[in-house]
Design a protein around this ligand. Sequence first.
Ligand SMILES: [Zn+2]
Length: 298
Amino acid sequence: MANTGKTRWLTIIALILLLCGYTCTYSLGEGKPLVLQEMSWTDVQDYLKTNDMVIIPLGATEQHGPHLPLGTDFYEAFAVSKMISARTGVVVAPVLLSGYSVYHSGFPGTLSLKLETMEQVLFETAEILIKYGFRRFMFFNHHGGNRVVEDKVMHRINHTTEATALRIGIYAPFQKNEKEPAPFDYHSGIGETSIMLYLKPELVKMERIKKPKMTFTPKMQEILELTEKNPELMSVLDTMMGTPQETKKGGASHELSSNGIWTMGDPKKATKEFGKKQVDQMVDSAVKFIEAWKQVKK
Ligand SMILES: [Zn+2]
């Protein structure tokens, strides 16, 4: 009797362990995001047996007006990358909390890395991931200032290693961004405040929002007036906005905006629903792309 009872218990324990082993492995990528820092090396080893893709979020720690946290761009890039991971099973590997943001440094708290530093950190990260077997790199960038670094590091990975790198964030060709809810709604305005109301409402202080006073230099004004008939001239304006104060273009954040918010609209009009709409669109487009790319065998 005692022996039969023992055997039965052993069988039950073995079954539980088996089931746990199965569900634990199975749950990887099934509705839950895979974040490199939360995985063990054995999880990564298992992952690489069937997948060689990795998402690297790119954001910033920089001023986002008086109502949004400095980490806004990082939170956005990381949160959206995790949503994409949950739906595709692709691992997310956050590497940097800050980005290239020197033109926001007229407002305290902003962190910024030199372009070369950022490129080097990202490239060395790619190199070590390649060593383990990662071959397909996707950058999810949510900060305009990082775009040039994203370009450089993708080019370096594509032209000096056997891996492939491309973008799936806001500048990806398949991301059709929502129409701006107001002119110049570039930074911490209606669009971005809405995204944060959806992703991190506990960090949004709506009561602090004030419509910014936007200041454009006479040259910017001149171009702006011409854009009414020649909308293509917006690209000239784009080269002037978000430039360091030393360039004397008047495009540093504190020169353009009285409180760090860049918009001609009223950021109080931000809503969680509009935030969700923008996020869903970014996630859906990236997921569609990744599922298509998965058809190309590893
Ligand atoms: Zn931002």
